[in-house]
Ligand binder design. Structure first.
Ligand code: EPU
Length: 433
């Protein structure tokens, strides 16, 4: 086990390269199960969620060849449809994409459900199931395992009652080789939805409308191999933008799609941060004072819930009182008590957090409660006076490739320290992401 030790107060200058998008990768890898042939996937982020998914795929006898640090080849031609065991699926929420992929390929899936609780609330999959049933599957949950079976899958109309990233992607996976046309309405529009559709199309699928709220999928008989490069990670980029906003300085963030960052850039600009969009980079500069703003998280193109803790860290040191309203998850404020240990003034009432900016945060020992909460602790620690020690950083490493190296390269004083086993934080079975 390791922890991060940050000596706060350094301004950040230089350049950071953004990795491939986690939430695209965790949909695209299961999508490779649908393909008979070799999928060469580039710009794969080297994060523990990807490692876990690859383990699950190898359990199903997928052949995985590592070509280089961020490129791999996956060949699922010979996979056997075996049960995805709880021991693996519990560690990663996105294992639910195996249901759509196995159902699409074999008309049968048995996948242990990951636990339901994180961010302090439940994470249902009723909309995923609604979609599978509309396509002709029988789905039931027995002994913690989702069993989905279909004699045949037929294209159907699916209206999602809530805008869900997971349900949109999972129904797409199940429908791509169904017989006839599937229309998914009230879809999520996140960049990773479009990326999954582009991946599937590049392997021979016929998916149209991804990025709008209606996706039409005309089923095809087979998907064939090909090469695909994953989009840059919007949230990783946003996290470094928040880090520069909090610590001050000027950093060019490379390998991004600036359009995907508009929702984040516009809020940071309101707070006094300069952001200059370039072709595939943004320069983020904060030299003066930060000022308050309000944020409400929403599905894309709204402000992303996965940036909520990080922007809260910036608001904690902005002049005035900011409001955060969580509009996607029931609650996502477990990190607030950790922030308070650093001197932040935050009151939470249901979905709303009221953040009264303070002059300075002070370094403290804190815990990463989940992936984005952990990233927010890093952002806060960079801006704080003194030393911040962050425990349970395995959560952070689920979604950020080389965060310590990337931040050190722009002047942050952050290092990894090995924690003796008796000091380990508890590893709650929590799989945010
Ligand atoms: N919902 C339902 N029923 C469903 C599915 C979702 O009621 O069947 C509700 C959820 O409870 C939530 C809302 O719909 O209130 C949105 O959930 P969504 O399905 O969009 O979330 P997800 O697919 O489980 C993905 C990301 C999360 C991100 C959310 C929202 C992955 C692997 N995870 O989760 O990412 O917060 O979309 O954008 O793509 C992270 O990366 O840190 C992370 C948590």
């Amino acid at each position: 086990m390791t922890k991060y030790v940050i000596h706060g107060g350094n301004q950040l200058f230089g350049q950071i390269d953004i990795s491939g998008a986690k939430n695209a990768a965790v949909g695209i890898l299961p999508a490779a199960l649908l393909v008979e042939g070799v999928c060469r996937i580039e710009n794969i982020p080297q994060i523990s969620d990807v490692t876990l998914l690859l383990k699950i795929m190898q359990e199903l006898w997928a052949e995985v060849r590592i070509i280089n640090r961020n490129t791999l080849e996956v060949d699922c031609t010979a996979i056997q449809n075996r049960q995805v065991p709880y021991e693996l699926s519990k560690k990663i929420r996105a294992s639910y994409y195996m249901i759509g992929a196995l159902l699409g390929r074999f008309h049968h899936a048995e996948v242990a459900l990951p636990g339901g609780c994180n961010f302090g609330g439940v994470r249902p999959i009723d909309q995923h199931i609604k979609g599978f049933v509309a396509l002709g599957a029988e789905v039931d949950v027995r002994g913690g395992v989702v069993h989905a079976d279909a004699k045949e899958l037929r294209g159907a109309s699916v209206y999602l009652d809530v805008v869900s990233v997971g349900a949109t992607m999972n129904v797409m996976l199940a429908a791509v080789m169904a017989d006839g046309m599937t229309v998914i309405e009230n879809c999520a529009k996140e960049p990773h939805i479009v990326d999954l559709a582009n991946f599937l199309n590049s392997m021979g699928a016929d998916v149209r409308g991804a990025g709008t709220d209606v996706i039409k999928i005309r089923g095809v008989k087979h998907l064939r191999g090909g090469t695909y490069s994953i989009i840059p990670d919007q949230i990783e980029a946003g996290t470094y933008m928040a880090a520069v906003a909090a610590a001050g300085g000027s950093v060019v963030i490379n390998n991004v799609i600036p359009k995907h960052l508009d929702c984040i850039s516009s809020k940071l600009r309101e707070m006094g941060v300069q952001i200059q969009d370039m072709d595939d980079a943004v320069r983020v500069t904060r030299l003066g004072k930060l000022v308050r703003t309000n944020v409400k998280t929403m599905p894309y193109p709204g402000f992303p819930t996965d940036m909520q803790p990080q922007i809260a860290a910036v608001m904690s040191i902005a002049e005035g009182t900011s409001l955060v309203t969580e509009g996607v998850w029931g609650s996502r404020y477990r990190y607030v008590d950790e922030f308070k240990r650093m001197g932040a003034r935050i009151q939470v009432d249901g979905h709303v957090a009221v953040i009264e900016g303070v002059e300075k945060l002070s370094g403290a020992p804190v815990r990463a409660c989940d992936l984005r909460a952990g990233a927010a602790m890093v952002v806060a620690g960079l801006a704080a006076e003194g030393v911040t020690e962050i425990d349970c950083v395995h959560y952070i490493e689920r979604g950020y490739e080389d965060i310590v190296r990337k931040l050190s390269s722009v002047g942050a004083d952050i290092r990894v320290e090995v924690v003796p086993r008796e000091d380990e934080g508890d590893e709650a079975a929590d799989q945010a992401g």
